[in-house]
Each structure stands twice: as structure tokens, then as C-alpha cells.
Design a protein around this ligand. Structure first.
Ligand SMILES: NC(=O)c1ccc[n+]([C@@H]2O[C@H](COP(=O)([O-])OP(=O)(O)OC[C@H]3O[C@@H](n4cnc5c(N)ncnc54)[C@H](OP(=O)(O)O)[C@@H]3O)[C@@H](O)[C@H]2O)c1
Length: 340
């Protein structure tokens, strides 16, 4: 016997990837429901070699369903996640709504799968921000070895992190640069994204940081260790899929770059591609469709006592969202629900 699984937001960037990954990883599904807003009623989406017709979440009855993977944004999640949870269908949510709730575990299975048992307080589990997810996968094995004191990270985040509208805006603006008859003013982003970079993701906080930067700091503490200090600068770049991060790490203990490379090579979810030659590293376009978090450019930071620099790239729709959510569902199944 397998699971009755709901994918909410099945017409979106993350929801479509959730369906792909459930099928790819042969998650034990007995029945699957694809939900979105009423706008998408009847829209067809793929699940392996099957086609599903999208249902309206507003009229869907969650009773008798086991797991609901949510990717519908915070506002809709606020309305529908409690309905699912109350009906006994465990929500694994991709929005930021529940991430900072002490009664909701925030999980990256490579880092803190044990936190799964906290799900029962609300019947909800949170998935982290895409930039946090790939970073903590890289930090965890290094922290276990040499205790991280401080992380300085700059991100280069793709437009798919802003949903399908973000991808359309880059596409339309790029075409408009070559064919200036049509004007495509910024809508999803604050400035033109085509042939540009924008040092703002999400809203500004009082201290001058953006909410995305704040999320990376708070989520890293919740997932890995509250003692780790994180300072981030998050930047949107004209890349369709794949987030990149330049990460500088200061440790309590000395960690040699060769040992760090060996540790990362052995760590779950990581692929090290680190040749010190032209092209001997991974760029975002090469990680699209992959499960791994790719680490390159591992090198000592000689300006501090115990420092390392590295380059970290991953498919934000996969490890940053859909893959991580499916991995959480796998842990939930294995450790708690025990069907399939
Ligand atoms: N993209 C990423 O890298 C990433 C990473 C981590 C987390 N997330 C989070 O995942 C969520 C989805 O992101 P996305 O990139 O997939 O966005 P998207 O491509 O814009 O898709 C949004 C999905 O939500 C559905 N939706 C919107 N409003 C709804 C409502 N009122 N009721 C029911 N369904 C509704 C849409 O359905 P319709 O087609 O019917 O409008 C669509 O299926 C967001 O919370 C986002 O923050 C995204």
C-alpha cells in the first residue's frame, strides 16, 4: 500500500517539478491529485507517463489523503494549509509562511532529518528558501568537522526563483532588447532584469537588509546551529534556472582546503567539480535538472585564521524547492507514516 499524495500549485514552476520528481524517484503513490487555483481548472499536467487534470483547491476535500506538497505562495497557503492539516493530510510547504514557527520543523534531509518528528504539533513541515537549502547542504559536513563561526555569502539567483512570471519577464525583455518595438517595463522585478543584475530580492527590512538575506540568516540557524553567524547579499541575475553562491566560511578549527574537498566529496547530496583550470567548475546552466548541489572553487581564505571560500550551484526548482520537499516526504514515509 502506498500514499495518497496531493500536489498543490501543480501548474507552477515548483509544482510541475514536484510531479516530475515524485515520478522519477518512484515515490510510492497510490493516488495523486494535482491542485491549483480555479483559473487552472482542467489544465493538464504530466506525472510520469500519465496526464493529470488540475482540480480547484478551493473545493478539494483533503480527507483521506496522506501528504500534501504545497507550492502556492504564502497567501493561499495561509488559507489552505490549515484545512489540509486539520483533515489529517500532512502539509510539506514551500512558502515562507511556517518556516519560522517553533512548532513547525524546517527540514533539509541531508542536515536535520531527525527534526521530522516535530511535524505532529501542526501536521505541517516547512521547506526552506531555495538559497538556504543549497547552502546548508554544503555547510553541514564542514560544520561537523571544524565548527563554523561565520558565513559571508553573495548569491546570484535565477529568475525562476520568482515563479513563472519571473521567467516570462526575462524572456520578454530579452526579446524586446533585440526588437525594441515592444516595451516590457519591469513588473515582477524592481528594474530591468534582461542584461542586468538587481541587488534586491524580496522587500527591505529596517536594518537595510532584504527579506531574502534575512531568511538565509534565520533559516541557517534553525536548520544547522543557532550559533552560526550569517551575512548575505542576495542578487537576481538574468539566468532562467540555477542559483549560484559565493560562500566565505570562517571556522573555529583549522580546516585545510584538501581535507574540505575530501569531506564534501563524501557528503550526501553534493558533487564536487573542482579543477584548477579554465572551465573546471560548475555554472548554473550545467546544474539544471540535476539533484546535486555542486561545489567548486574550494580554496583557503588566507586573510583570516581559519577560512575557506567556495562556489556553490544548484537547481533552485529542485534542491531549492521540489526535490527537497519530496525528500522530506520520503523521510516522513520512512520514519513516521510507514506505508509503501
Ligand atoms: N521557485 C523557487 O525557486 C522556489 C523555491 C523555494 C520556494 N518557492 C515557493 O514555492 C511557491 C510556488 O513558487 P513557484 O515558483 O512555483 O510559483 P509559480 O510558478 O508562480 O506558481 C504558483 C502556483 O501557485 C498556484 N496558486 C497561486 N495562487 C493560488 C491560489 N489562490 N489558490 C490555489 N493555487 C494558487 C498557481 O496556480 P494557477 O496556475 O492556477 O495560478 C501555480 O500553480 C512559492 O511559495 C515560492 O515562494 C519557490
Amino acid at each position: 500500500m502506498g500514499y495518497r499524495v496531493v500536489v498543490a500549485g501543480a501548474t507552477g514552476n515548483v509544482g510541475r517539478e514536484m510531479l516530475n520528481i515524485l515520478a522519477e524517484r518512484q515515490f510510492p503513490v497510490d493516488e495523486i491529485a494535482a491542485l491549483a487555483s480555479r483559473r487552472s481548472l482542467g489544465t493538464e499536467v504530466s506525472f510520469g507517463d500519465k496526464t493529470l487534470k488540475t482540480q480547484d483547491i478551493d473545493t478539494f476535500d483533503f480527507t483521506g489523503w496522506d501528504i500534501a506538497l504545497f507550492a502556492i505562495g504564502s497567501d493561499a497557503t495561509k488559507k489552505y494549509a490549515p484545512i489540509s492539516a486539520k483533515a489529517g493530510c500532512v502539509v510539506i510547504d514551500n512558502s515562507s509562511l511556517y518556516r519560522y514557527d517553533p512548532d513547525v520543523p524546517l527540514i533539509v534531509p541531508e542536515c536535520n532529518a531527525d527534526a521530522i518528528h516535530g511535524y505532529s504539533k501542526k501536521n505541517i513541515i516547512a521547506n526552506p528558501n531555495c538559497s538556504t537549502a543549497q547552502m546548508v547542504v554544503a555547510l553541514k559536513p564542514l560544520h561537523d568537522r571544524a565548527r563554523i563561526k561565520r558565513v559571508v555569502v553573495s548569491t546570484y539567483q535565477s529568475v525562476s526563483g520568482a515563479g513563472k512570471e519571473g521567467m516570462d519577464e526575462l524572456w520578454d525583455q530579452t526579446k524586446a532588447v533585440y526588437n525594441p518595438v515592444t516595451d516590457v517595463p519591469p513588473a515582477k522585478f524592481q528594474k530591468q532584469i534582461a542584461f542586468n543584475v538587481i541587488p534586491q530580492i524580496d522587500v527591505f527590512m529596517e536594518d537595510g537588509s532584504t527579506k531574502e538575506e534575512w531568511k538565509m540568516m534565520v533559516e541557517t540557524k534553525k536548520i544547522l546551529d543557532p550559533s552560526i553567524k550569517v551575512t548575505a547579499t542576495c542578487v537576481r541575475v538574468p539566468v532562467f534556472v540555477g542559483h549560484s553562491e559565493s560562500i566565505n566560511i570562517e571556522f573555529e578549527d583549522h580546516l585545510d582546503e584538501d581535507e574540505a574537498r575530501d569531506i564534501l566529496r563524501e557528503a550526501p547530496g553534493i558533487m564536487v567539480i573542482d579543477k584548477r583550470e579554465p572551465g573546471g567548475y560548475v555554472s548554473p546552466i550545467e546544474c539544471v535538472g540535476d539533484y546535486a548541489t555542486f561545489i567548486s572553487r574550494i580554496r583557503q581564505d588566507s586573510t583570516i585564521d581559519n577560512g575557506l571560500n567556495l562556489w556553490c550551484v544548484s537547481d533552485n526548482l529542485r534542491k531549492g524547492a521540489a526535490l527537497n520537499a519530496v525528500q522530506i516526504a520520503e523521510v516522513l514515509g520512512r520514519e513516521v507514516l510507514k506505508k509503501g
